[in-house]
Design a protein around this ligand. Sequence first.
Ligand SMILES: [Zn+2]
Ligand SMILES: [Zn+2]
Length: 838
Amino acid sequence: MMEKSKTEAPAKQSTGGYPFSEIETKWQKRWDKTKLFKAPDMPKNPYFVLVMFNYPSGDIHMGHFRNYTYGDVMARWKMMQGHDILHPFGWDAFGLPAERAAIKHKLHPRDWTLANIEKSKSTLKKVGISYDWDREVASCLPDYYKWTQWMFIKLFEKNLAFQQEASVNWCMDCNTVLANEQVDAEGKCWRCHNAVTKRKLKQWFFRITDYAERLHQGLDNLPGWLESVRIMQRNWIGKSTGCRIDFAINGTGEKLPVFTTRPDTVYGVTFMAIAPEADIVERLPIPADKNAEVTAYIQKSIEKTDIERTTASDDKDGVFTGCYAMNPFSGEKVQLWIADYVLASYGTGAVMAVPAHDQRDFMFARKYGIPIKVVINPPDRTLKVDDMTEAYVDLGTMTNSDHFDGKQGESAIEAVTQYADKQGIGGFEINYRLRDWLVSRQRYWGCPIPIVHCKKCGPVAEKAESLPILLPEIDDYVPKGRSPLADAKEYINTTCPKCGGPAERDADTMDTFVCSSWYLFRYADNHNDNEPWDKEKARKWLPVDLYIGGTFEHATGHLLYFRFFTKFLKDIGYLDIDEPALRLVNHGMVNDAEGVPMSSSKGNVVSPIDVMGERGVDTTRLAMFFAAPAGKDVLWSDEAVIGVERFVTKFYRLIDGCQDRKPLDLKRYFTKDDLGQAAWNIYVKLNQAIKKVTHDIDDLHFNTCIAAIMEFMNDSADLKQQDNPEFYPYMLQKMTQLVAPLSPHLAEEAWEMFGYNTSVFKSHWPEFDANAIVADTITIVVQINGKVRDNINVPADTTKEQLLDAAKASERVQKFIEGKKLIKEIVVPGRLVNLVVK
Ligand SMILES: [Zn+2]
Ligand SMILES: [Zn+2]
């Protein structure tokens, strides 16, 4: 498939003589030459269309093609509506696949990446998509990653980039750490799908948790985003309100704060469950005879994946540490257990366990013989521990709870929280599930971290004038559990930017999601070497008006990270927007004719290059649009392709057969007197089509747009050119405009055939004539057995069948036909319906 793309497709003609190859090449050259898609620096009426950053792993495939042509339709349509368009393209060019391919083929990852970019770009150019290639960026090039490093330093300066020893996700296969967002719901690596384990490592993090509340609240201001994506983000951020209660460890006195949404159960705490990798474990005064057992348990559990640890199964296990904590409310001793169903990433990594009122705690307590204490009673009865077969988890009345006895429901929660606050043993707290973003990677092919480690000064940021810190040339990219850069001594050994003494560079590179968190802003001013962008230019173009991409796989990754960057860059004065993209749409998958998603591993990939070579770009586009609206999966079939090919040919022939081709005043509207009844009916249908296409194109329902245009083409087929010398070419020109965003090469050619010497995309998108939207209505008499029973109003062009249906639907008519046998139906079109019943 990739091989084929290299050879130029021979000039082919579809049946009927539409020379697509010649016409498509001609217009692609013309658009290039006239710089039709060049975005101005300071737009008056901006519209920014963006497709997600492309990972250049090979040539573009059908999925890309669909995504990019969707963006293209919208860019061209908005251009016809008088907008200045920014429609850029760029490459998310660092990352693991390049490094792996390089190791396999003994290439430099850069060479592999740049060759893929070259190949994909040449395909994209043949597709004629309206990109402003002057705005192209590639994250692996120094003029780009200089600014990725600048971002890192800005975050570092604000204490939002920091190093921490933590238990982190480790993929054995990728040989690197992963962010929480890169571990899928099954606890597997998002890239290689191998199980992820934990390792304790010192890593760089971005303090995205400082923005948790703003990220949470901002979701309410994104009506243009898919609700499902917003829900996924809301759950990921996981805001919950509750109470912090400070337990204290017996023997050391160290505070052990826990977060709970049910402080009303605090008197029922009989043990505490601590995550095996929680920091506090190291500081517990574990008695000598317990040590071996505890160590073994910890070792075993950190080899499990999060999902193995947390899935709902009855068999939760743990180990008693021999230590206790003190409940600050009751003063009672509480057992401290280490249990791997608790994740260190939750709060402090310790949860208070209330077996009587939490099912998981209940099962755990029964299994290990830990005391169970009832502290909440249901409204209608009194619980007895011995009779309980499961936990009582609902709200109720506090009991066995000292002076709180009798407090009920929400007010009980409030009373306990207030008391904790007053006593200095806790208080109201908001907890987020969101954790800080782990951004360092032990890999070669990434953006170098611009930090120097000095024995005297600690971690020091590089000076801005030293950027970019270039990725060094090395011979061995194979990761050995630490970054390959660590062995590049010339790179590592440097001087401290602060004190000038000897120092070492950070050997890690950044997660590629850092590169893609800010690329959209760079498009506003991508050649700027002095700052990431000119603020005035960014103000003009941003935010992105329409963002198109695979939204679900990125819902809690990229789409969260770029919102974080937006808010941070606003805080430091480089942006003046709160959110990066106003509207977010998902393109669906492209499935083969059997409904199986196309993927290279399944071997069912249809190459757009092949289809384009045989049938032309416009036909390929239309076939794809026609197969399904955005967000829905496409079923690719050759029959659909042949159907739209016929349409393209027919359209071209219509224009070619028009005898009076000259530019017209397309702002003019017609009246019935101008046209006569027959042509007026067609004029009404034309305006209905304009209205429908305008509406549906905005919803990205290109399939119904094409259907409406095809239908109009059929409806108008009988209109005689010679009888309508003014209206006929007018109608064809409007059709050309309607089809233009969807089938741009065909439309440009038609437009030129009509004698225009400017692009159809610089013409004005047609507006429908409001006086010609509703078809004329006529009054039809409805008779039952020859007697007039009703008069109904119907559109003038109603068919016989529709007339009968309308007549039978009339309430008055129904009274007379109910329960009777219909013997005969007589329809006199335009006049009456007579139903004979018995
Ligand atoms: Zn992996
Ligand atoms: Zn120093």
